[in-house]
Design a protein around this ligand. Structure first.
Ligand code: MN
Length: 224
């Protein structure tokens, strides 16, 4: 076998909360990132959609868009309307097995998304850009009882902007996994951002976003 033409990119991974207490520093190596759109009725409405006429849908991000909690981020280029979307992140241990959960921010260049929607073009440049998928440390599924009814919240500079509960998802976690596996093959390392509740809005330079779900570690990023 020959040599790689350049050094292969590093493995992208997330910390697993609590593993240090057990004498390990295990991390979760990320494979693909799937995202669910239109998975909360009130968010469909705030985006101008009709929840009785739409169903949830999927899009993807590259794993290189992951950033860990506590990170300072540059305001991204090509937008004047960067939006936060706080979401439950499901980490897969196999095709159907759940490894654990985290809290993610599906950062969105809303102006580019609106342009894409109007033109009938793909969302990629609105969703899949540098640093667009902040994610907290992960908690193993067995250590997250009651997650399916937990409260989800986003604060911007301490002000609550999004607040809901995970039982309001149109497709539950198990339904999302079933739908995805009818379309692609999920595998260990895959992350699923499961959609956002109502209250999405802009993030500006100088603002700190904190996403929380009861029972999980938080995700915090600051735009500089
Ligand atoms: Mn989203």
């Amino acid at each position: 076998m020959g040599h790689y033409a350049f050094t292969p990119p590093p493995v992208i991974s997330l910390p697993i909360l609590g593993s240090n207490e057990q004498g390990s520093d295990d991390r979760f190596p990320v494979r693909r990132i799937y995202c669910v759109g239109r998975n909360y009725t009130e968010h469909v409405r705030e985006m101008g959609g009709d929840p009785t006429r739409s169903t949830p849908m999927f899009f993807t991000k590259s794993r290189e868009t992951i950033v860990e909690t506590g990170t300072e981020l540059p305001y991204p280029p090509q937008t004047t309307d960067l939006h936060y979307e706080v979401e439950l992140v499901v980490a897969m241990a196999g095709r159907t097995e759940i490894f654990g959960y985290g809290v993610g921010l599906d950062m969105t260049r809303r102006d580019l998304q609106a342009d894409a929607k109007n033109a009938g073009m793909p969302w990629d440049m609105a969703k899949n850009f540098d640093n667009s998928a902040p994610c907290s440390a992960l908690v193993k599924a067995g250590n997250a009882p009651g997650i399916n009814r937990a409260e989800i919240r986003l604060t911007n500079n301490g002000v609550t902007k999004q607040k809901s509960t995970l039982d309001k998802m149109i497709w539950s976690v198990s339904e999302i996994i079933a739908h995805l596996n009818n379309t692609v093959t999920l595998a260990a390392g895959d992350l699923i951002y499961t959609g956002t509740p109502e209250g999405v809005g802009p993030a500006l330079a100088g603002e700190t976003l904190i996403g929380t779900i009861t029972g999980l570690p938080s995700i915090e990023v600051t735009y500089v």
